[in-house]
Design a protein around this ligand. Structure first.
Ligand code: GAL
Length: 414
């Protein structure tokens, strides 16, 4: 009994100094992503916090976002959550988020943040989210050994891409590493659409859902190409995650993967360096440009997390050194002018240069996935159309166009 009492007192004394738990809800579950989360965890430990990671499987964050919604409505939000794009403003408008102007002032975000990031992370003039990454989504990851073995070269147009795919298929090689999940499939489509039509067409057709742009020859061609790819890949495609697809690329079971530079994070996680046989190339496009998404962290108001505590956590996570280390591991660009890319991979350095060029030339576009470009309701409807088209050869391009035109006419901005 005495022993128990002493043990109890010791536990109480210990917990008086125990680090405060910080619950963090996110969808970073691949090997590279887990390594990146560890970097945040280590930093918080140094600041006297204990990061309790709440990972929710599912690239693109669809499931994580609905769990977040359910928890917030039930009055039990996590302390910190991963969010993206315009949804930050929606959460802030509902009064769920802590303002973080102190950190913004301390780190001079008004000067140091990339221009478009300033807009995304503010609501009503106040900063409400920490900008963490800028990802490029028009990347093509190539297993050079597979191409060399079959004496094929890197395709420079979508037409060539189809030819190379068909060639590989004839030789018994499955060309494209991809999982049959809606967000992965739609990302493939946006690369095709952007590649054929360029930034202005992409904005008109898929952000404004402009009826004329949707009915154009370019949309028909994009859907036709999308169908050609689906005809090649449907016989072997499974519902795998993007990171298992990356593993197939690395192992030489596939020749290409077309997705964002989170792939680089997983490639570097393999043995600490970027494998020499994998190369990154901008996806073929008639006009150079940059498709992006961004990851942001927000802090939810709750009885557990008052403004003072929230401030301490933000101070720790918004540290430029942490942001730099995180992006280096994640394969992304730190969205700050004052963070240098020394020691980053050559893919990130190339992406950074292309980003600034695209910004100057007006060829910078948000991805359609992750609600970066359109409202979540429209995103869901458009994704559904494109995913069904990819999987069902009986659906005609004209039907997809008609349905997307109806979405545009619906004026829904939820
Ligand atoms: C995106 C996110 C990236 C990456 C990717 C795959 O939504 O922006 O950071 O995690 O999903 O999981």
């Amino acid at each position: 009994m005495k022993k128990l009492l002493i043990a109890g007192l010791m536990t109480a004394a210990f917990s008086a100094h125990a680090a405060k738990d910080v619950q963090f809800l996110h969808w970073w579950t691949s090997e590279g992503e887990v390594n990146s989360v560890e970097i945040i965890k280590d930093k918080l430990v140094k600041s006297g916090f204990n990061l309790v990671s709440v990972p929710v499987e599912g690239g693109g964050g669809k499931i994580a976002k609905s769990i977040l919604q359910a928890r917030a409505i039930a009055g039990n939000p996590p302390d910190v959550a991963q969010l993206e794009g315009p949804s930050i403003k929606s959460w802030a408008a509902l009064g769920f988020l802590h303002g973080i102007n102190d950190a913004a002032e301390q780190h001079k975000w008004d000067e140091n943040l990339f221009k478009m990031a300033r807009q995304i992370h503010r609501y009503d003039g106040d900063y409400v989210a920490i900008p963490v990454t800028l990802h490029r989504l028009n990347w093509m990851w190539v297993n050079r050994e597979v191409l060399q073995r079959h004496q094929l070269t890197i395709p420079e147009s979508w037409q060539q891409m189809i030819e190379v795919f068909a060639d590989l298929q004839q030789r018994g090689v499955a060309p494209l590493a991809i999982g049959n999940e809606p967000w992965q499939i739609v990302q493939l489509f946006e690369n095709i659409a952007f590649g054929l039509g360029g930034a202005q067409y992409y904005k008109k057709a898929y952000i404004e859902l402009d009826s004329e742009a949707l009915a154009s020859q370019t949309t028909l061609e994009a859907l036709h190409l999308f169908r050609q790819v689906s005809t090649i890949v449907l016989p072997y495609i499974t519902k795998q995650t993007w990171d298992s697809a990356t593993q197939q690329l690395v192992d030489g079971k596939r020749a290409f993967q077309i997705t964002g530079d989170w792939v680089a994070g997983d490639l570097m996680a393999l043995d600490g360096t970027f494998p020499a046989h994998i190369g990154c190339y901008p996806t073929p496009a008639n006009e150079a440009g940059f498709i992006y998404n961004m990851d942001s962290l927000v802090l939810f108001k709750s009885p557990r997390l008052d403004a003072e505590l929230a401030n301490q956590i933000v101070e720790s996570i918004s540290d430029p050194q942490l942001i730099s280390a995180f992006n280096k591991q994640k394969g992304s660009i730190p969205p700050y002018y004052n963070i240098s890319l020394t020691g980053f991979s050559s893919c990130t350095i190339e992406a950074y240069q292309d980003f600034h060029l695209a910004e100057k030339q007006g060829n910078l576009v948000p991805s359609m996935i992750d609600s970066m470009a359109v409202s979540p309701v429209i995103e869901k409807a458009a994704t559904n159309e494109l995913f069904r088209f990819f999987n069902d050869p009986s659906i005609k391009p004209e039907d997809v166009i008609l349905h997307m035109q109806s979405m545009g006419a619906s004026n829904i901005s939820l």
